[in-house]
Design a protein around this ligand. Structure first.
Ligand code: HPA
Length: 283
């Protein structure tokens, strides 16, 4: 709680807008930041308790501004559980941006395709997730300050927002998949046997992020929207090895489509009926 207060006290006087939607950009997707009007950019290095992302492809700025008229805070890069940070630290930006007013959290990531009907460069709107990270950001006694001990997770990803994104996708003629994101701890990519298991269990895409932030946001009553960029088919599906540089390159290629989709959908998402926050941290 003290860390969140420190972040809020630092950011509040520096932000150009009060954000309605917080957007987290995954690996290789940082170029979305070019779409932000009236932007104020603050390096993570200046923000108390913020970690400098150690992974290539994660830039490390919070940018306040407007996208298609909607006040946003964009996190250009995240830090991950596999980097050795605690779950509490991984979700600090989520909680801080919720405290600054965001009623909706828009998560993006690079992910491997598990569903055999997917192909590289598909966009997948996240409908649900499976937490296979072996931990949960709400573990421990402190998290009850933010929300209930046993939070409901029956609508982890906002259904109304999924409909808004599908409508935008149709308008823009951008094909999208819908599916279940499985969050693993990493940092190894999966084995072929693990990918078969994930498919059997109902997973459509696999990655190493997103789940902690989604859980922390739902705990606060903040709505969650997510899009995975399927940068590659998961291990064992195609006869090739996986490589972070290639994942980043594929994500960078998808940024334009992803950006257009987010821009088009944001006004409908931010004005939809569910966009009222019960967020207990909101100031
Ligand atoms: N597995 C896990 N994480 C990923 C992948 C993958 O295949 N691609 C991009 N992020």
């Amino acid at each position: 709680m003290q860390q969140i207060q420190d972040v809020v006290e630092f950011l509040e006087p520096r932000m150009s807008v009060r954000p309605e939607v917080a957007i987290i950009l995954g690996s290789g997707l940082g170029a979305f930041a070019e779409k932000i009007d009236e932007a104020t950019s603050i390096p993570y290095a200046d923000i108390p308790h913020f970690q400098k992302p150690s992974v290539e492809g994660h830039n490390g700025h919070v940018i306040f501004g407007k996208v298609n008229g909607v006040p946003v805070a964009v996190l250009q890069g995240r830090w991950h559980f596999y980097e050795g940070h605690s779950m509490n630290s991984v979700v600090l930006p989520t909680r801080a941006l919720a405290a600054l007013g965001a009623h909706t959290l828009f998560l993006t990531n690079a992910a491997g395709g598990v569903n055999l009907s997917y192909k590289p460069c598909d966009l997948m709107v996240i409908e649900d997730h499976i937490n296979f990270m072996g931990d949960n950001p709400l573990t421990g006694k402190d998290s009850v300050a933010f929300g209930p001990r046993f939070p409901d997770m029956s609508e982890p990803y906002c259904k109304e927002c999924v409909v808004a994104i599908e409508a935008s996708a149709e308008r823009l003629q951008i094909p999208v998949q819908k599916g279940v994101y499985v969050g693993l701890r990493g940092p190894t990519y999966e084995t072929p046997a693990e990918v078969r298991m994930l498919r059997t269990l109902g997973g459509d895409a696999v990655g190493m992020s997103t789940v902690p932030e989604a859980i922390a946001a739902r705990h606060l009553g903040v709505r969650v929207v997510g899009i995975s960029c399927i940068t590659n088919m998961a291990a064992g599906i195609e006869k090739r090895t996986l490589d972070h540089a290639e994942v980043q390159e594929a994500a960078a290629q998808m940024t334009d489509q992803l950006s257009r989709l987010i821009m088009d959908a944001l006004p409908a998402i931010s004005t939809s009926a569910g966009a009222r926050s019960g967020n207990p941290l909101k100031r």
